[in-house]
Design a protein around this ligand. Sequence first.
Ligand code: F6R
Length: 611
Amino acid sequence: MCGIVGYNGKNKAIDILLDGLSKLEYRGYDSAGIAIREKNKEIEIYKAKGKIANLKEKIQNKKLNGTCGIGHTRWATHGEPSENNAHPHISNDGTITIVHNGIIENYQEIINKLEKHGYKFYSETDTEVLANIIDYYYKKYKIGPIDAINRTMVRVRGSYAIAVMFKGYPDEVWVARKDSPMVIGKNDDGTYLASDVPAILKYTNNIYYIDNMEAACLKKDTIIFYDLNGDVIDKKPKKIDWDMAAAEKDGYEHFMIKEIFEQPDVVGKTINSFVSNNEIDFSKGNLSKDTLKDTREIHIVACGSAYHVGVCASYIIEDLAKVPTRVDIASEFRYRKLLLNKNDLVVIISQSGETADSLAALRKAKEMGVKTLAIVNVVGSSIAREADYVLYTLAGPEIAVATTKAFSTQLIVAYLLAIQIAYAKKTITKNKYNELLNELSLLPNKIKEILAKEINRIQKISSEFSNIQDAFYIGRGLDYAISLEGSLKLKEISYTHSEAYAAGELKHGTISLIEENTLVIGVVTQEDIYEKTISNLTEVKARGGYILTISPSKIDVSKTANYQIVIPETNKYFYPSLAVIPLQLLGYYIAVSKGADVDKPRNLAKSVTVE
Ligand code: F6R
């Protein structure tokens, strides 16, 4: 949520800042702004409401020669989206210029304190409060930037990644963070900072991470890191293997459709990173078979789509490995009275590795002395760094706000985890283990096949349904789990009301919403329970519903379905990976036919770093 970017070096900052902001726009897009400084001259600030394009338009005729600057794209938390509330913000006399990602929880308390000292506030943001509290300490104690920032970090509560320019230090950009992401890089042309790697990947793939309550000073050719005592600390960069092309649209109309098409590749890569010679190897994540063998219960915790992966995983782990598995939404888990045992394993699933609730859930589990495993996409993210074990998905940078390829790679790691636990606990034989891994290796081609075969049909049916008000997704077991994801995809990008139901639950109330031509999508892949779902679909059809099904050819839905999407056959556990593809396409094309901004749906942001 919110994207920040910064540069200090030999080149003009404006191009680097605008390019970086465009790469971060998925994090928030209700306003944007930049602050640029040329040598000792005054800092110039420009802001615009709305997307970055508006900011670009505003500054197109300005001569901005400064080689040092910071920028921001906002997802509003405090105060409406407006130019006045847009970042950068400045302290009362302009000593401090700041951009901020996160939330300051005790901002009102700090306003009260600062007002007593004569400070005035022009915006409704908590960020302006940060600018002024830094200014207050800086002047009161006549200290340098690092001490003013450190005192501020001790005084404020909440989450933040900040980039700060001090009027008296023209050659420096200062940064600090707590619970909000921040990456830093350096090359021969200067130093860079951003909320996420794609914004600076073009310049370097050697990335420095600063930890919570640490700060750094970015000069033109050096970066100095500090701890909370103000002592200099040593940091080594981490090499990121992401391909720059993955962060570009590459001829596709939207990132989302590009990322949908990347799925065969990234699913294959994720399988190969953990499976070799027909053996699953989690040693990269420090996760031994013994740890899995001794696990008593599993608690999967995640948000949104990652939670849906958890729901899939819970069915598979219980069935295959016979380990009781509970799935929790992270924002519930973190405030629930937990009955965790030292032999349990808490599994956090997160693409960004920065989701505030998932991170808090991880910390809570750790506080209780329970082992934690993170399934994460972003290398070096907070969740990845804090968990005991980490299994990385190899989705590469995911830019579209609605997840597709990260979801698919999370499913793969979930399957592998289930298989490995089952094998460690001897609930499956070596033959079954081999059979499952063999079937898993066929998934990338099967996904490719669905994409090749179904894209035109789904595009067509989507345009026919572009005006629908409601849609219902139903299924049982794993089909229910994947219905949850299908429904979320549709609603978040096309703004169509949709709900997912366990098929048998519909008639306990919601069936009253079915009218002539209401779209009901039935996911029907599980052979042991498909007849029940078909009965439920028939009940809906009898009330006028239009039935679209997703099923393998061996399941006969022909008498019930108005429209059938046939997917290849696979092992029963792996159907979510195939069934989700048409569901993603359906959501995408309905959104496109409605003219929605698919990659940046209203009110959303990719990385949810606030509660
Ligand atoms: C939906 C979507 C979100 C995320 C959720 C968790 O398409 O992308 O529901 O899955 O916000 O985010 P991560 O995985 O980054 O923790």
